[in-house]
Design a binder for this molecule. Structure first.
Ligand code: FE2
Length: 205
């Protein structure tokens, strides 16, 4: 069984940047559906999941039987991507990165503002549904990647440390068609303290 994270804050606590109704539906319905459908697909397939984190399962997706592969890409990616997305948001977000993460950002992007701009541009330019991510590789190098639908960067051996969900379910109730406003505003609730933790963790997929 793979699980959604418990939401570590109230549904209304990210307002006005992300509204309560969106959070209730996003976490309570969409995220729940990914969890339910993932575990349904993996029923009676314990030999493939034993001892593996969800991200390790996704990285080794080609080892899965053809009959469940697509369901695991979609729903396993859905659980993993949303666990990251919800866990890096916070009503008490640390506003700037420090330490090793800041060094890596400066080295790769020149500045935090440049990183934000590049990630915003990536988020806005996704056609249809998907995510933009800040990822680290095995050596701790940072880059920005885009993925369609619920595809996880873990499938390519990359560990995401920021996920920006640009499915319409993430913003449409509040922002309607204005994805760029949602993407700009999300920086108010992205917790750099959490992102630092994820960056400093050992590579583990
Ligand atoms: Fe989502």
């Amino acid at each position: 069984m793979y699980k959604r994270i418990e939401l570590p804050y109230d549904f209304n606590s990210l307002e006005p940047y992300i509204d309560e109704a969106t959070m209730r539906t996003h976490y309570g319905k969409h995220h729940l559906a990914y969890e339910t459908n993932l575990n349904k697909a993996l029923e009676n397939n314990e030999e493939y999941t034993k001892g593996k984190t969800l991200e390790q399962l996704l990285k080794n997706i080609d080892e899965l039987p053809e009959g469940i592969k697509t369901a695991v890409v979609n729903n396993g990616g859905g659980v993993s991507n949303h666990n990251l997305y919800f866990s890096i948001l916070s009503p008490n977000a640390k506003k700037t990165p420090e330490g090793k993460l800041l060094e890596a950002i400066n080295k790769t992007f020149g500045s935090v503002d440049n990183l934000k701009e590049e990630l915003n541009n990536a988020s806005i330019s996704i056609f249809g549904s998907g995510f933009a991510f800040l990822v680290k590789d095995k050596e701790g190098n940072l880059s920005i990647v885009k993925r369609p639908n619920q595809n996880s960067p873990a499938m390519d051996g990359l560990v995401p440390v920021i996920a920006v969900d640009v499915w319409e379910h993430a913003y449409y109730l509040n922002y309607k068609n204005l994805r760029a406003d949602y993407v700009k505003n999300i920086w108010n609730v992205i917790d750099w303290g959490k992102v630092e933790e994820l960056y400093e963790e050992d590579y583990n997929i």
